[in-house]
Design a protein around this ligand. Structure first.
Ligand SMILES: Cc1ncc(COP(=O)(O)O)c(C=O)c1O
Length: 384
């Protein structure tokens, strides 16, 4: 008998990692590959953050921290909510985690019983349905289209609702579309979930990366929700593995119990680094980078029409454009393969993100400087 668990069959690999592997092979052969596939910009962690971590590693013991996180970091995140977002989130509700990946796992682990449904918008972040499967839940993918900016709405959720929905995951700004959920829609989603006894999990990992508008949080319109966030994206600390949860007050002890058992704590060096990430001097650097990403987005949106790729919902955040490729090729997976092999431009086919018309979409991450983006568009235009 094969000792491997059945759940493995419900968890798929990240397609984008396979694209990345082929891109790396092509690079090893000496080709100039333009990487627009992975979800991290070319921008390094700010120097101040690196130095603070190095200092902490020299001067501090680097043992386990409390499972809920360093108290001073929880306080600093609470201060960030007040200063950057104008909401009062007491530090006792904040749990520091190993990135938002651990945060999502903790939230689902605390909410979902075997067989419960976990609803989520499709297209969406691929790991969500696999996290749901890992906690023995059953993902319910709710198809969305450009009419709702590829976002879950209360109306779509209500129409798709099935018995046994215990948790709902929505992200704003979203991966793969970069689109937002407006505060009013968050309010409606939270109201629907509360009425039906389900937990709303708001993934705000791309908070801070919005263009032409201020960052927002679901916490300004709803309280009884779980918020997932991270130092990975706006703070450009993907590899440091630090994120956080905001949980309703009554949930803290249960999440702590799970965190103690599953992870003991988030990485100590990363937590000290995160403290420096929240300092005003670092935020000034990050705001310049946000302006740079804004510029890149604008260039890509202006240049893409000459490729035949259509952007049907304007991305207002994150660093992704989800483009409709139907006029260019019938199968976006084949198109992505061709762009990579023949033109050395790596993009992610829609397949990673769900079942809602994946064959007619590709995700382009504007994680490269403007001149490389222009070059990529030239190459795509030549290919199609
Ligand atoms: C929507 C979304 N949620 C969560 C994550 C996980 O990020 P991390 O664990 O680095 O915080 C990602 C990473 O790309 C993401 O796009």
């Amino acid at each position: 008998m094969d000792p491997r668990a059945d759940r493995l069959s419900r968890i798929a690999p990240f397609e984008v990692m396979e694209v990345l592997a082929l891109a790396r092979r092509l690079e090893a052969e000496g080709h100039d590959v333009i990487h627009l596939e992975v979800g991290e910009p070319d921008l390094p962690t700010p120097e101040r953050v690196v130095e603070a971590a190095a200092r902490a590693m020299r001067d501090r013991p680097m043992g386990y921290t409390p499972a809920l996180g360093l108290p001073e970091l929880r306080e600093a995140i609470s201060g960030w909510y007040a200063s950057a977002l104008g909401v009062d989130v007491p530090a006792v509700r904040i749990v520091v985690t190993g990135g938002s990946s651990a945060a999502l796992l903790l939230a689902l682990g605390a909410a979902v019983n075997p067989g419960d449904r976990v609803a989520m918008g499709d297209p969406g972040y691929p790991c969500n349905r696999h996290f749901a499967a890992f906690v023995e839940g059953d993902p319910l993918l709710v198809p969305t289209g450009h009419e709702t900016a590829y976002q879950l709405t209360a109306e779509l959720l209500e129409a798709a609702w099935e018995p046994g929905v215990r948790a709902v995951i929505a992200a704003s700004p979203s991966n793969p579309t970069g689109t937002l959920i407006p505060p009013e829609e968050w309010r409606r989603l939270a109201g629907l979930c509360a009425d039906r006894g389900a937990l709303l999990i708001a993934d705000e990992i791309y908070q801070g990366l919005t263009y032409g508008r201020d960052p927002e949080t679901v916490l300004s319109v709803a309280d009884d929700v779980v918020v997932v966030n991270s130092f990975s994206k706006y703070f450009q600390m993907t590899g440091w593995r630090v994120g956080w949860l905001v949980v309703p007050p009554g949930w803290v002890r249960d999440i702590e119990k799970l965190a103690q058992n599953l992870f003991i704590c988030a990485p100590a060096p990363g937590q000290y680094a995160a403290l420096a990430a929240l300092e005003p001097e670092t935020i000034a650097v990050l705001e310049d980078r946000r302006a740079e990403l804004h510029r890149r987005r604008d260039v890509l949106l202006a240049e893409l029409p000459r490729t035949g790729l259509r952007v049907r919902a304007v991305p207002e955040g994150a660093f992704y454009v989800y483009a409709d490729s139907a006029e260019v090729a019938p199968d976006s997976f084949a198109l992505a393969g061709r762009l990579l092999r023949e033109r050395h431009v790596a993009v992610t086919p829609g397949r990673d993100f769900g079942l809602a018309a994946p064959e007619r979409h590709i995700r382009i991450a504007y994680t490269q400087p403007v001149d490389r983006l222009r070059e990529a568009v030239d190459r795509i235009a030549a290919a199609v």
